[in-house]
Each structure stands twice: as structure tokens, then as C-alpha cells.
Design a protein around this ligand. Structure first.
Ligand code: GLN
Length: 200
């Protein structure tokens, strides 16, 4: 199968490495391709949207005129994994902590409210062991970098992990969103979980 990575910014190589690991572990033949232009979207079976700066990624998505085509494919069932800024881009509503304003999101496919830079300045980056039952008992070392939080979800959204009051890993049918960076932990279990539902 062919897995696309939205390749404007962020941990593109790290995601590629993790997907390759996961596919090897599952003995699945995977091609991992960069998605930059509209035509790159044709023929992918799943998409990863990495972290970075959501405003910058959005600018590039607009420049390459890729927002509509991605939204349409995701609405038609393209499995997608969004991490950190990727989760912000998937959310229906996004709140800016500084201004307090809630705005509609970019792809607007994940029924959730994400708050950007939720953990504040002094804790811009941190790591915690998360309990993620769907990938097993062993805790997952999660890296949060100027992370958002998901604070509200709609009925069709399953919360797969929490940190304090906030949701940090959620799934809505074929959409998986984490507010942390699973590509940075050297643990491919979350990518494997994603590939497992992509192949179904
Ligand atoms: N703070 C970033 C944003 O709002 C997200 C950070 C990240 O992806 N590591 O887009």
C-alpha cells in the first residue's frame, strides 16, 4: 500500500522511518511517498500530517491548492493520522489561547475542539509516559512540543488517551489524531496501530 506524508514541514523523515518499521513488523509491503502537490494525493491509501507550525503548513497547503482535494478524500474515507499541528489541521474548531477566539479549522474533518499551545510557555516541551490501552499495557513515551490539547470531542470520537484533563489521542472512524509526536519516541506501536486499520 501507498502511504503519503504531507511533506511541507515537520518530522517527515521520522514518520517515514516509523511507518517503514511498522510495515516491516506487520510484513506489509508499503511505499511511503511525499505529498506536496495536488497530483500527489492520487493513489495514496493513507495520509500522515506531521507536526510543525499549523499556520505555516496551512499557508503551504493553500499555496499548493491542496486543502479541498485532501478534505474531500478524507471525507470519503482516506485514513489519516495527524500529529500535533496535524491534529490542529484536522479539527473542526480551533481556539487560540492568546485571543480566546474559536475559529473553524482547516480540513474540518475531526469533530473536536483543539486549543493551540495549550501547555503554555514554561512547559512548551515535555515528555510523559502515557497509558494507551489500544496499543498494549506498556506505557508509551510521548513527546509534547508546543503541543495543542483536544478539549471537546463529538459523539463519534473515541478518546484513546488522556493527559490530565485534556485528550491527547483520539480516533474518529479512519481519522487518528495525537497532540504529541509519536514519530519521536523510537516506538512504532502507534504507527502500527494506524497501519493495521488502514489495511482493513
Ligand atoms: N504549536 C504548534 C501550532 O500551533 C504545534 C506544535 C507542533 O506541531 N509541535 O501549530
Amino acid at each position: 500500500m501507498r502511504i503519503g506524508i504531507l511533506a511541507y514541514q515537520g518530522g517527515i523523515d521520522e514518520h517515514r522511518y516509523m511507518i517503514t518499521e511498522a510495515c516491516n513488523e506487520l510484513s506489509i509491503q508499503c511505499d511511503v511517498v511525499n505529498v506536496v502537490k495536488r497530483s500527489d494525493v492520487n493513489g495514496i491509501d493513507a495520509l500522515i500530517i506531521p507536526g510543525g507550525e499549523s499556520t505555516t503548513i496551512l499557508k503551504l497547503m493553500k499555496k499548493f491548492n491542496i486543502v479541498e482535494v485532501l478534505k474531500e478524500r478524507i471525507e470519503n474515507g482516506l485514513p489519516v493520522m495527524g500529529t500535533c499541528a496535524g491534529a490542529i489541521l484536522l479539527a473542526k474548531k480551533v481556539k487560540d489561547l492568546k485571543t480566546g477566539r474559536v475559529m473553524s479549522g482547516t480540513l474540518e474533518v475531526l469533530d473536536a475542539l483543539a486549543i493551540r499551545n495549550y501547555y503554555g510557555r514554561q512547559r512548551e516541551s515535555f515528555e510523559v509516559d502515557l497509558n494507551i490501552p489500544v496499543i498494549g499495557d506498556k506505557p508509551f513515551r510521548a513527546v509534547f512540543i508546543r503541543a495543542p490539547a483536544i478539549v471537546e470531542v463529538g459523539q463519534g470520537v473515541d478518546v484513546l488517551a488522556r493527559y490530565g484533563e485534556s485528550y491527547v489521542l483520539v480516533k474518529q472512524s479512519e481519522i487518528l489524531a495525537s497532540t504529541f509526536h509519536p514519530e519521536l519516541s523510537g516506538d512504532a506501536r502507534l504507527h502500527r496501530y494506524f497501519i493495521e486499520f488502514v489495511k482493513r
